[in-house]
Design a protein around this ligand. Structure first.
Ligand SMILES: [Ca+2]
Ligand SMILES: [Ca+2]
Ligand SMILES: [Ca+2]
Ligand SMILES: [Ca+2]
Length: 380
């Protein structure tokens, strides 16, 4: 019996020695460790922002395995997590890294809030239907720019009414404005109107973009979405278009180049003899605009006339224009940069920019005009 026991112990002892020496050879005996002891434990994010965490670890090799648990359920097996939550929620993320030598763990507390629950500004009895503030006005060069309809003073005048006119100049020139409340996206109906100076044969389509103040800071620094009008999928429409205008320094044609290898000018006419380049812009050298370019049908006969696009553009004489004196917009038309529809509950900021580029002879360049905007739910 004693011999048998001794034998067992010897075998067991040898086996343990063998195991431990094998293990030593595999991992060189260096345990993995977090590079820093301090780390960000709490993450407060808004819905739509992914949780991205990449814990730094020393002594990593390819045999190390990772695991991320969300409230105990595995959601990733990579070192970095990039997780997009679909609802407002709070949860614990646990990170585990396992090497042949040791296991290390960390926990994170994540809170995702719904920006609409936090920052939606519902309209009240004292709310105005009209624009409350112009956030930014940066026209492209044009015949009205630096005089009359094309100055920072003219931009201020589209606040609170629909009786004054602001020109956005040639392609890309824009105005950004807001209201004293969030414009709600009404289900199955249109939501706001942008007033213009269009008439039959006188359409100068402007693209409308919308944005919700999802960080609640009152500044238009949030994500923009284009309202995809009737020409969004037209084969002539150019997306990710870019134009650079150069200041000629005086009353001269303003030359431009685009990112498609073309160049041309915004041509001067004899009715407007000032410099057409906006002299209140930050850069007095050149201006770069980005966006989508559409191609309305221009009829050059005895007079130049520009046909309306079917729907979804500002300063565009579409079927509903005469009813409102402007163009009605549905927030439901909003798409992201990839053209996917997005579900916005409401919007705080509207951007309108000239969407066509054309020299129409004596009547000058195609330039979108804005005479104000209103919350459709507040129109009597
Ligand atoms: Ca709607
Ligand atoms: Ca903001
Ligand atoms: Ca115009
Ligand atoms: Ca116009």
């Amino acid at each position: 019996m004693q011999n048998k026991f001794t034998h067992y112990f010897l075998v067991l002892f040898s086996a343990l020695l063998l195991l431990s020496s094998c293990s030593d050879n595999d991992d060189n005996g260096t345990p993995i460790a977090f590079t820093t002891t301090e780390y960000q434990v709490t993450y407060e994010l808004t819905l739509g922002d992914p949780v991205i965490i990449n814990p730094e670890i020393s002594n990593l090799d390819e045999t190390v395995k990772f695991q991320w648990l969300k409230d105990g359920v595995e959601i990733a097996t990579t070192q970095e997590i990039n997780f997009l939550s679909e609802s407002a929620e709070a949860f614990t993320l646990q990170f585990i890294a396992i090497s042949n030598t040791n296991t290390i763990k960390r926990s994170y507390e994540v809170k995702i809030s719904d920006p609409y629950a936090l920052y939606f500004r519902a309209k009240t009895e004292t709310s105005s239907q009209f624009i409350s503030k112009v956030m930014q006005y940066l026209p492209a060069p044009g015949q009205f720019i630096n005089s009359g309809f094309g100055t920072p003073e003219a931009a201020e005048k589209i606040v609170g009414s629909k009786t004054n006119t602001l020109s956005l100049g040639a392609w890309g020139g824009y105005v950004i404005f807001t209201f004293d409340h969030t414009i709600e996206n009404a289900v199955d109906s249109k939501d706001f109107v942008v007033y213009g100076n269009a008439f039959k044969g006188g359409s100068e389509p402007g693209i409308v973009q919308v944005s919700f103040d999802s960080n609640g800071n009152g500044i238009a620094d949030d994500k923009w979405y284009e309202l995809a009008g009737s020409n969004y999928t037209n084969e002539r429409t150019i997306k990710n278009y870019q134009v650079t205008y150069t200041n000629p320094g005086s009353y001269k044609d303003v030359s431009w180049t685009d990112n498609k290898g073309s160049n041309d000018v915004v041509a001067i006419n004899s009715y407007h003899t000032q410099n057409y380049y906006p002299l209140f812009a930050t850069s007095l050298t050149e201006l770069v605009f980005k966006g989508t370019r559409v191609f309305p049908i221009v009829n050059v006969d005895r007079y130049v006339s520009i046909d309306a696009l079917e729907w979804g553009y500002a300063d565009n004489y579409d079927a509903e224009y005469s009813k409102y004196g402007g163009n009605v917009m549905d927030i439901n038309w909003a798409v992201d940069d990839n053209g996917n529809p997005v579900n916005l509950k409401g919007i705080d900021f509207v951007k309108v920019y000239t969407a066509a580029q054309y020299n129409a002879g004596a009547i000058g360049e195609i330039s979108t005009e804005v005479r104000g905007a209103a919350d459709l739910s507040m129109l009597k």
